[in-house]
Design a binder for this molecule. Structure first.
Ligand code: URA
Length: 222
């Protein structure tokens, strides 16, 4: 049976943020998701609507790791259901990756945002390294349970979370890396974050680049 460990202090200094005390031992994905809903390992839970945990096949062949939930994901409680997710779905289909074989998650499980004025639109704010590190135990637990053949790293935040702060997406995108991740050998294919395609001046070219990287991932799974 899953067991929950001690509670973390929400008033901890930044470098002490960690989800570790909230991650139950011996949990399956459903129990992890329930436990993650109670995570107070860093302050991001305070303003977010809810935890957005990963979703997909329990033993998916490929795990896609994004940055953090966006506005739509925060409201719906599901990863990649907003504009970036729609673009990602199209790119996966164009690359020949079956969404039924995928597990989709984020490096950080709560939406971080700013508001220019009260009641104004929420504007995405990238998580810092402390928040990303704090959330690492959830991603490690997802990787240990799903055991994907391949991880597709979507953008810089996911890359730094998994591969360290020296990660540069432009240097390694579209290549198959073999690294030890959370104590396990893992193959990974980094690419850009789908939101960067939506923001690109030359969107068609940026989209083709994303699909081309995802095709490398598709071939690496054969
Ligand atoms: N961007 C992400 O990185 N993840 C989501 O779930 C949505 C947008």
């Amino acid at each position: 049976m899953a067991t929950t460990k001690a509670k973390a202090s929400a008033a901890a200094p930044e470098d002490a943020y960690t989800a570790a005390p909230f991650v139950p031992d011996g949990a399956d994905l459903a129990a992890l998701r329930r436990a993650a809903a109670q995570c107070r390992g860093c302050p991001l839970h305070r303003d977010a609507t809810q935890t957005v945990f990963g979703e997909g096949a329990a033993h998916a062949r490929v795990m896609l790791v994004g940055e953090q939930p966006g506005d739509q994901e925060d409201r719906q409680g599901r990863p990649f259901v907003g504009p970036a997710g729609k673009l990602l779905d199209r790119a996966l289909a164009d690359a020949g990756i079956d969404p039924g074989e995928a597990y989709v998650t984020n490096a950080v499980k709560h939406f971080k945002f700013t508001r220019s004025e009260p009641r104004k639109r929420r504007i995405h704010k990238a998580p810092n390294l402390h928040e990303t590190a704090a959330c690492g135990p959830w991603l490690a637990a997802e990787l240990a349970l799903v055991e994907p053949e391949l991880v597709v790293v979507l953008g810089a935040t996911a890359g730094k979370a998994l591969l360290g702060s020296s990660f540069r997406v432009t240097e390694v995108r579209g290549t198959v890396l073999e690294r030890e991740i959370h104590g396990r050998p893992q193959r990974l294919v980094p690419t850009v974050h789908p939101s960067s395609v939506l923001r690109a001046d030359e969107r068609e070219g940026a989209y083709r680049g994303l699909v081309s990287d995802l095709k490398v991932a598709a071939r690496a799974m054969r």
